[in-house]
Design a protein around this ligand. Structure first.
Ligand code: ZN
Length: 275
């Protein structure tokens, strides 16, 4: 099996500190948590930034730059995956979603369709996806294709056929979001079976589905994402202390399976980012 790429999703846009006192909010906290996750074994860090005054997600280029500078200053060089998602509760101008591309990350999230989530709509209409694909291509940023439900794989294959996405594709399965595919091994197996040959893939379950998806993914040879963006609990009733704690568990499980953990350089090779 390939070495395991562990992505650490450091903070997301929405989890408030009241729900988890360890969620990083300030740029120095986000950077420090990312660096700690890399030292623990993460080779990719998936980043959002938060507005220090509200604690919620923002698309500030200056805040992204500060976080990235602090990570570089700490002497680590993970693959950076920046979000292009919207912000819950805010009607974001489309252009704002492209702001993180100015930082020239190696990866950026590509939410491959719309979804009803709770009483809202996670909106990613076709014209937005086409424009995002064009912007990513122009910026030389590889899309991390976030798949919340089965039909979104078909959307990506259509964009591939039309030349808006380039192979090899990299997928991130986001399972257990209300309104999306469930975080079950059966759902994951079905999704993996629908990928074109030569693709790479990673997966995670949110909430209670986290461990079943982590273990199934390790066994199938996929890559994994862990972190406080997706899951603030270490186990039932016990909050995670840090992103690094969640990375350390993935490293231990990989070792039990004789699966080596990828360095950032190996992650770049596996994701075809090293040329
Ligand atoms: Zn995210």
């Amino acid at each position: 099996m390939d070495p395991l790429i562990i992505t650490a999703a450091i903070t997301g846009s929405r989890t408030p500190r009241e729900k988890c006192p360890h969620i990083p909010i300030l740029p120095e906290e986000i950077a420090a948590s990312a660096v700690e996750a890399v030292h623990a074994g993460a080779s990719v860090v998936h980043l959002h930034v938060r507005d220090p005054s509200t604690g919620l997600g923002t698309k500030s280029e200056a805040l992204y730059r500060e976080v990235l500078d602090r990570i570089a200053d700490a002497g680590v060089d993970p693959v950076l995956s920046l979000t292009t998602s919207g912000i819950p509760g805010r009607n974001l101008a489309v252009e704002e979603r492209f702001v993180p591309l100015a930082l020239r990350p190696e990866l950026a999230s590509f939410d491959a369709g719309s979804l009803n989530v709770g009483d809202g709509v996670f909106l990613n209409p076709p014209e937005f996806l086409e424009e995002l694909a064009r912007r990513l291509k122009a910026a030389g940023v590889k899309p991390e294709l976030e798949i919340f439900d089965t039909g979104m794989v078909g959307t990506c294959l259509d964009l591939l056929r039309r030349g808006l996405l380039d192979p090899p594709l990299h997928f991130q399965f986001v399972l257990g979001v209300s309104g999306g595919a469930p975080a079950t091994p059966a759902a994951l197996l079905h999704l993996v079976s629908s990928l074109p040959e030569g693709s790479t893939w990673s997966a995670f379950g949110v909430g209670v589905g986290h461990l079943p998806i982590l273990l199934t993914t390790l066994a199938l040879g996929g890559h994994v994402r862990v972190g406080l963006e997706d899951n603030v609990y270490y186990r039932r009733g016990q909050l995670a202390r840090s992103n690094a704690q969640l990375v350390e568990r993935a490293v231990r499980l990989a070792r039990e399976l004789d699966r080596p953990v990828a360095t950032p350089a190996e992650a770049r090779r596996l994701l075809s980012l090293d040329h």
